[in-house]
Design a binder for this molecule. Structure first.
Ligand code: PEP
Ligand code: MG
Length: 594
């Protein structure tokens, strides 16, 4: 039995507070190493490996088919895993190592995996880099079959437990039965890992990144898991248990109130209407957007189909995806962002030479204007989808009116082609510019002549304005959304929009952080697009704030000279005004600030 009230600190990954006994899952399979000495042994080893691949495939297909109805939206993760399983980087490399290096299958597989991992580590984009987790999941499953230590780790528990593991694969997470798993703690993972995201949508409280969890915690230990703060208390005393019950009740009440208000419009207390929209990456997420009360889709990132497979998606594949989203959201609007790929994010990290400064390289609209065939295919699919509901299209990383001109010309050419072919589309489709480069802020008044709307991509705008790499941990603390320069840029873009009478939205992560909402309203922003889970909390704040109050809030914030002063001011002010936001609101919104 571990000491009373010992507290461990991890990363809060999925909100909620639970108490229960721990079930510590043992480590995954170990890799044994042995050399093969005869062609016969090599042939046997290749055969053994191929059997393990088949078994893994069978297992994953079964899991995919058995996935519970309400989790169907996560089935694509298992599809992705099936693709990875058959990927030549993993399969052929393992076979080659068995064949040429005379490694046993486990060691060959491990080496092939490490090689892929190294390649991924060189990728700048954190979303793509994060996909190594999927390769790792497949690797462990395969290894499990090779060594005979296969899955099923979760099936033995009967009473409700808090699962403690080194890591949980997304497949294991989706299989969690809420009646038996109160919450989970893992040593690995961060806020943006698949496992954390799935836990959040399953509403299973979770703490991840708790380094030595499986060593510190023993099965049977009573644990309080706080998915709001990331704290885990081992063997709590009476007082800690009492405090746990109080906090849990307060949180449940807050959650219920927030969720009740999510279907209501985002009108300030003095009657000004705003639009609260969802950011999505895949059609499956539309149901989340609906559930959380989105007034539309403010950012549909379209990279997934291009990154999921080695070959380019066809117009038909793209069209099917877009149409699905557009039809499911109708009559609400869907803003499709054209491909933001290139630089360090490309179809295969192998085929393109890495750029010195990928963030400043051939990405987004620059890539599309160069690879016009790829761009036209996407534009055609978007236009075709526009016949099925309300669509807006926007171009990422615009830095000058020239790019808008060129992109619009291509769009018009594609429209003409569709007209000739008598293919229906919306001829009035609004065309927007994403404002994410400082040059675009400076030129906003000019750009307004070429755009029907603006959407400020603050994730990139902050990176380029403050010269802070958004994926570099070393400078992460300098990545300040409320930096005086950033606030002024937002203000200027809003003013340019007002002058030209075009709407201005914000779709970077800062729009989904409850803390920033009054300031953004006060700067004149009327459309906020965010991770769907943030919508209910953001709507609640909007409904509790008057535009007058927000304007004063923004005025005060703008009067500060440093980001430290702004942050102090906002923290103090928000704490007085919305005390529940710090305790419960931000974790519930699960802000994934880059
Ligand atoms: C942004 O830069 O703020 C944005 C929304 O785009 P992404 O995060 O996809 O670059
Ligand atoms: Mg961007």
């Amino acid at each position: 039995m571990t000491d009373k009230n010992r507290t461990l600190q991890g990363i809060a990954a999925s909100p909620g507070i639970v108490m229960g006994p721990a079930l510590v899952l043992t480590q995954g399979a170990q890799v044994s190493s042995r050399m093969l000495y005869s062609p016969q042994e090599v042939a046997e080893e290749l055969e053994r490996f191929s059997r393990a691949v088949d078994q893994t495939e069978e297992e994953m297909t079964r899991l995919k088919n058995e996935i519970a109805e309400d989790l169907k939206e996560h089935a694509h993760i298992l599809e992705l895993h099936l693709l990875i399983l058959r990927d030549r980087m993993l399969l052929e490399e393992t076979q080659r190592l068995i064949h040429e290096q005379n490694y046993n299958a486990e060691r060959a597989l491990q080496q092939a995996f490490l090689k892929i991992k190294e390649l991924f580590q060189r990728i700048g984009d954190k979303h793509i880099r994060g996909r190594i987790q999927d390769v790792e999941t497949v690797y462990y499953r395969l290894l499990g079959h090779l060594t005979g230590q296969i899955g099923g780790r979760l099936l033995s528990s009967s009473e409700p437990v808090i699962v403690v593991a080194r890591d949980l694969s997304p497949a294991e997470t989706t299989q969690m039965d809420k009646a038996r798993v109160l919450g989970f703690i893992t040593e690995r993972g961060g806020k943006t890992s698949h496992t954390a995201i799935i836990a959040h949508s399953l509403e299973i409280p979770a703490v991840v990144g708790l380094d030595s969890a499986t060593l510190e915690i023993e099965s049977g230990d009573l644990i309080i898991l706080n998915g709001l703060t990331g704290q885990v208390t081992l063997n709590p005393d009476e007082e800690a248990i009492w405090a746990y019950r109080t906090t849990r009740n307060e949180f449940e009440i807050f959650k219920a109130e927030v969720s009740l208000g999510s279907a209501l419009p985002a009108v300030t207390s003095d009657g000004h209407t705003n639009r609260v929209l969802a950011n999505i990456e895949q059609p499956e997420e539309v149901s989340l957007a609906h559930d959380y009360g989105a007034d539309g889709i403010g950012l549909y990132r379209t990279e997934f189909l291009y990154l999921r497979q080695r070959q380019l998606p066809t117009e038909e594949e793209l069209f099917q995806d877009y149409r699905q989203v557009v039809a499911a959201m109708a009559p609400r609007e869907v803003t499709i962002r054209t491909l933001d790929i290139g630089g360090d994010k490309f179809l295969s990290p192998l085929e393109y030479a890495p750029e010195m400064n990928p963030a400043l390289g051939l990405r987004a609209i620059r890539f599309c204007l160069k690879e016009q065939k790829i761009f036209r295919t996407q534009l055609k699919a978007i236009l075709r989808a526009s016949a099925y509901g309300r669509v807006r299209v926007m171009f990422p990383l615009i830095s000058s009116p020239r790019e808008m001109q060129e992109a619009r010309q291509l769009l018009e050419a594609v429209q003409e082609e569709l007209r000739q072919g008598k293919v229906p589309f919306d001829p009035k489709l609004p065309v927007g510019a994403m404002i994410e480069v400082p040059a675009a802020v400076t030129l906003a008044e000019l750009l307004a002549g070429y755009a029907d709307f603006f959407s400020i991509g603050t994730n990139d705008l902050i990176q380029y304005a403050l010269a802070i790499d958004r994926v570099n941990k070393q400078v992460a603390d300098m990545y300040q959304p409320l930096h005086p320069a950033v606030m002024r840029m937002i203000r200027d873009v809003v003013q340019a929009g007002l002058k030209a009478d075009i709407p201005v939205a914000i779709c970077g992560e800062m729009a989904g952080d409850p803390l920033n909402i009054p300031i953004l309203l006060g700067l004149g922003v009327k459309e906020l697009s965010m991770n769907p889970m943030a919508i209910p909390v953001v709507k609640r704040i909007i409904r509790m704030t008057s535009l007058r109050e927000a304007t004063e809030f923004a005025r005060q914030a703008l009067s500060k000279a440093t980001e430290v002063e702004v942050n102090d001011y906002v923290t103090r002010k928000m704490n007085d005004r919305f005390p529940e936001i710090f305790r419960f609101g931000r974790p519930l919104a699960n802000n994934l600030a880059p």
